[in-house]
Design a protein around this ligand. Structure first.
Ligand SMILES: *Cc1c(COP(=O)(O)O)cnc(C)c1O
Length: 233
């Protein structure tokens, strides 16, 4: 077995253990393999091990990789997720080349993605990025702004609002890792009680996926635990 295949298996076991520990099913958690900075060959290797959903942060790198992967494994359906910061002049290729966008934090970006989503594609799945640690340097919106944005995004015709995403500050301790994930889960539940339909919590990375699954993550975004450490950002 290749290293990537072994790593995928190890991550799968981590998710299973975390899910079992809190009475959840492995099938309720989707593994998004974050392939940023890694070459198409690494993605193809992961595909060979059965992985189908990949996350990318940088648009041009992602488009080049998508082309190379499609040529290497023609006919295999890959689900690409955009998880990086979004500049408003880059929304058109994002709308045309991804199934999901996890990092929407402004209505203007959502409106452009909806307008630019090609008519022959299904609605673009959207997560709103929440600034869960409350730091001004971090991207994402605050709880105060969230209900209004969620309501507006839910009305856009070519988008499907799926849920919330966050990247908390790194913490080593499990209890401290769980706290911001619990807050994000509470926000999702509050919005749902308000009548906004959502089914997704995109939270948890290599270092904190166990805490995220314990708090209800439905998508964990895992890079280095699958592909190894990144040599540039
Ligand atoms: C890079 C990245 C990840 C994966 O991080 P790892 O620590 O390598 O698992 C997940 N989510 C986002 C938004 C990222 O930018």
């Amino acid at each position: 077995m290749s290293t990537i295949a072994q790593n995928l298996q190890a991550v799968d076991h981590t998710i299973i253990a975390a899910a079992n520990a809190c009475g959840r099913s492995r099938n309720d958690v989707q593994l998004l393999a974050v392939s940023k900075t890694f070459p198409p060959e690494a993605v193809v290797e992961a595909i060979g091990a059965g992985q189908r959903a990949f996350g990318e942060n940088y648009l041009q790198e992602a488009l080049d990789k998508q082309r190379a992967v499609a040529a290497a494994v023609p006919g295999v359906h890959i689900e690409w997720h955009f998880i990086g910061p979004i500049q408003s002049n880059k929304t058109r290729p994002i709308a045309a080349n991804f199934a999901w966008v996890h990092t929407v934090g402004r209505l203007k970006i959502a409106q452009r993605l909806s307008e630019q989503r090609p008519a022959d594609m299904s609605p673009l799945n959207i997560c709103l990025q929440v600034n869960i640690s409350g730091e001004s340097s971090k991207s994402g919106i605050t709880w105060d702004e969230l209900p209004e944005l969620a309501r507006a995004v839910a009305l856009l015709p070519n988008l499907r609002l799926r849920g919330l995403m966050a990247i908390p500050e790194p913490e080593l301790d499990l209890a401290r890792q769980r706290a911001p994930f619990a807050r994000l889960r509470a926000m999702l539940e509050a919005l749902r009680e308000d009548g906004i339909a959502m089914d997704t919590l995109s939270m948890g990375m290599s270092a904190d996926m166990t805490a995220a699954v314990a708090e209800g993550a439905t998508i964990v975004r895992v890079g280095s635990a699958i592909f190894g450490s990144r040599t540039y950002e």
